[in-house]
Design a protein around this ligand. Structure first.
Ligand SMILES: NC(=O)c1ccc[n+]([C@@H]2O[C@H](COP(=O)([O-])OP(=O)(O)OC[C@H]3O[C@@H](n4cnc5c(N)ncnc54)[C@H](O)[C@@H]3O)[C@@H](O)[C@H]2O)c1
Ligand SMILES: CC(C)CCC[C@@H](C)[C@H]1CC[C@H]2C3=C(CC[C@]12C)[C@@]1(C)CC[C@H](O)[C@@H](C(=O)O)[C@@H]1CC3
Length: 355
């Protein structure tokens, strides 16, 4: 039986708090005087001021225990996009998010009427990719329609997840929700972008630029994403315009995809890609390989590096306007792109060429 803890506005929960973004968020929240309850299927660190609750998002009882005494919840748990496991994405991103919403309602309705909870606040980490279908997006705003043909299961379930959370926003019933849509998060301890890039370079596969190399993209330093989440949480009140809405959070400095990749590679001592390959050819090949990997899955497990999603991201424009976040919550990036790249490169000494 969970012990009841008196909720406080400086107490919050981070679901997925053991992950890349989650841990950066937890560290910033601690610095701002919050105490944090982390809920995750794994525990990846220990910190004073943090209570860990290990469990699966779909386990209602475990989640309820982690949310006791909390009136602010950040939900940034998701399986990694590379897992490409439809059932897992549906279970965690859709069913798991429904569980989060139910448990938030439960906490609100079972609240001790003497305590100070006025509302339950839920900040979801969505993704700008919910509108991406593999074709150019330039300065995309939040009113773009959701992708009709999502490019992978990750995107498909992130769309459903965002819809669920925004629809659940209900001022009358004390649940206020908002969705943050970051794009291309990078920074120290990121398990995806830099490690995959370096692994691809080490296998001699980063010699080529897909397309003409002029496509502009958003890459967002993790501190800016954290800043956007905390601003959203602190602006979320019944009268606030942000209730039930989605917000792009980016570095607000679109960059050529291949310049960004080259800066990271060169910073770590690898050669920058030089030779050009036609986009349609590489995209077609990546589709073929992906189909082949599906057909052969019962016999051999192989995961192509150049998935259709990665090729589409590498060869198209996809950058987003964050003017809505600027207007409604006073958002402004706190770390510039150049500084973010430098801090990221310095944080991976073990991935340097020859290390
Ligand atoms: N990395 C990016 O570029 C990026 C961009 C846009 C949006 N996002 C979103 O940001 C969020 C965080 O991503 P990240 O890059 O930090 O990923 P991550 O893999 O580092 O973190 C995700 C965390 O969720 C946890 N988790 C997974 N399944 C769970 C389950 N069933 N129950 C409890 N916990 C579970 C994992 O253990 C992990 O700690 C995700 O929602 C992702 O969709 C990421
Ligand atoms: C093999 C090379 C062509 C590229 C190597 C780098 C890639 C692994 C990354 C470049 C852009 C990244 C990216 C994501 C994953 C890693 C990359 C493909 C996301 C798909 C991760 C999930 C997020 O929700 C997406 C988002 O909307 O921000 C990311 C988009 C960029």
């Amino acid at each position: 039986m969970a012990t009841r803890i008196r909720p406080s506005s400086k107490r919050c929960a981070v679901i997925g708090g053991s992950g890349f973004l989650g841990r950066h968020l937890v560290e910033k929240l601690l610095g701002k005087g919050y105490t944090v309850s982390v809920f995750d299927i794994r525990q990846s660190y220990e910190l004073p001021g943090v209570t860990f609750h290990q469990g699966d998002l779909c386990d209602k009882q475990a989640l309820l225990t982690a949310l006791q005494g909390v009136s602010l919840v950040f939900h940034c748990a998701s399986p990694a996009p590379a897992s490409d496991d439809k059932a897992l994405f549906q279970r965690v991103n859709i069913q798991g998010t429904q569980t989060v919403l139910q448990e938030c309602h439960k906490i609100y309705y079972n609240k001790d009427r003497l305590n100070s909870i006025k509302e339950m606040l839920l900040v979801l980490t969505s993704s700008a990719s919910v509108v991406f279908e593999g074709t150019d997006i330039k300065d995309g705003r939040e009113d773009l329609p959701y992708a009709k043909k999502p490019i992978d299961y990750y995107t498909e379930t992130k769309i459903e997840q965002e819809k669920l959370v925004l629809k659940a926003c209900d001022k009358e019933n004390g649940l206020l929700t908002v969705a943050i849509r970051p794009h291309g998060i990078f920074g120290p301890r990121d398990p995806q972008l830099v490690p995959i890039l370096v692994d691809t370079a080490r296998r001699g596969k980063m010699k080529f630029i897909i397309g003409d190399g002029s496509n502009l993209v958003d890459f967002t330093f993790v501190d800016n994403v954290v800043h956007g989440h905390i601003l959203a949480a602190e602006s979320l009140r019944p009268e606030s315009p942000i209730c039930g809405k989605a917000y792009h959070i980016t570095n607000d400095e679109p960059v050529r995809f291949w310049d960004f990749m080259s800066d990271i590679l060169v910073g770590l001592g690898y050669a920058a890609p030089r030779y050009h390959l036609p986009y349609t050819l590489v995209y077609g090949l990546s589709l073929l390989l992906w189909l082949l990997s599906l057909l052969l899955r019962p016999l051999v497990a192989f995961k192509p590096t150049f998935t259709p999603m990665r090729v589409a991201l590498a060869g198209t424009h996809h950058f987003y306007s964050c003017s809505r976040a600027k207007q409604d919550m006073g958002y402004k990036p706190v770390v510039g792109l150049k500084d973010g790249i430098r801090r990221t490169v310095e944080s991976y000494p073990h991935l340097r060429h020859g290390a």
